[in-house]
Write a protein that binds this ligand. Structure first.
Ligand code: ASP
Length: 352
């Protein structure tokens, strides 16, 4: 199968002080002049495309995931995506969820059979004189091209590791090994192959609803006044509140306070999904363990097991879009959120 490179921006293609993403044509000129000769023979002539605009990944939004997914589907063969590291875990998770199709009941019906490898670097590929010395960029690019040989689905390649797209986190902003899977790999999902046409039409239908409402992550901390924050969010004008992702303490704990209980009950009455995971990078939550966590299920808050914050965020966006598309109520949304659909859960099983 052929491989295409798709440059989206990020450190790998950044230059200047402070660093900023190069536009596609400038990156392509430097790539042809300095990188091609280092590529293995079989991919030396690989097509290099770019998104328009290219973006530092910090500025990417949910609609950018959808555009990127569409672009990838339209490309024949495997794709290596050159991307910034800041939101790479979200984009990788989004590709795992979006490059497949869903029935009106929220079952996965098919997956695109192409390898998509997302990569980037901690240091730019180029400096003023050509290839930057001591950068991790060329090594990551070569590793990603090697990982694009076979298999299907989305993965993230970095510092020699090929990691599951829906289980990966950026766990260092300075080390070469920027990405890890703190909770290990995800469970494999047996999904029949589907065509590019089917995935494009699914993305087209989702496009009317995806990323249109806010999915808000809220970090618990002493004094964070989560009840007040939620009440303010629920009444904010201009950007409708779609869903809330609580990042609780430990195994999924939050203090039971009157204001928080009232806010959660209000959100439930509005059919706004609220889920909880932990702010600890490692471990699976079990909110029923302590009284300070057990009360949450009574307010309709759903535990997210050991999923990454990125996978939870992306899945909430997808849930809202499918729900708007198929007219789901609370039960269908909850069932979809709990189901394992894109490698987001561990082999030991979906969230409890
Ligand atoms: N801010 C950059 C980005 O995410 C950081 C990086 O690529 O490492 O695009």
């Amino acid at each position: 199968m052929s491989v295409t490179l798709l440059y989206t921006g990020g450190t790998i293609g950044s230059a200047g002080v402070p660093l900023d993403t190069l536009p596609g044509p400038e990156f392509a000129a430097l790539f042809d002049a300095h990188v091609r000769a280092h590529l293995p023979e079989r991919v030396r002539k690989a097509t290099l495309l770019h998104t328009d605009p290219t973006l530092d990944s910090t500025s990417m939004q949910p609609l950018d995931w959808l555009r990127l997914a569409r672009r990838i589907v339209e490309i024949d063969g495997d794709v290596v995506v050159l991307h910034g590291t800041d939101t790479m875990a979200w984009t990788a998770a989004a590709l795992a969820f979006l490059l497949q199709t869903y029935s009106a009941a929220g079952e996965v019906t098919g997956r695109l059979q192409k390898r998509v490898v997302v990569t980037g670097s901690q240091v730019p590929l180029f400096d003023g004189a050509g290839l930057a010395e001591g950068s991790d960029a060329l090594g990551n690019l070569l590793g990603a091209l090697a990982a694009a040989r076979g298999g299907g689905g989305a993965v993230l390649h970095f510092a020699g590791d090929t990691l599951d797209a829906a289980r990966v986190m950026k766990t260092s902003c300075t080390n070469w090994e920027a990405f890890t899977m703190p909770n290990g790999p995800g469970a494999a999902t047996e999904v029949p192959a589907t065509t590019a046409g089917n995935v494009l039409s699914s993305l087209e239908k989702l496009g009317a609803f995806f990323g249109r409402s806010a999915v808000i992550p809220l970090l618990a901390a002493p004094g964070a006044a989560l009840g007040k924050q939620l009440a303010a969010l629920a009444s904010a004008e201009g950007y409708p509140l779609g869903a809330v992702h609580l990042l609780g303490f430990g195994i999924g704990n939050l203090p039971e306070e009157l204001e928080l209980t009232a806010a959660l009950q209000h959100l439930r009455s509005q059919q706004i999904p609220v889920v909880i995971s932990t702010q600890c990078p490692h471990g699976r939550i079990a909110p029923q363990t302590y009284a300070v966590g057990d009360w949450l299920s009574g307010c309709g808050v759903l535990g997210m097991g050991d999923r990454t914050p990125a996978a939870v965020q992306v899945k909430l966006h997808l849930t809202l879009a499918l729900s708007a598309l198929y007219g789901w109520g609370e039960q269908e949304m909850r069932a979809f959120l709990l189901r394992h659909v894109a490698g987001e859960d561990p082999p030991s099983g979906p969230v409890a």
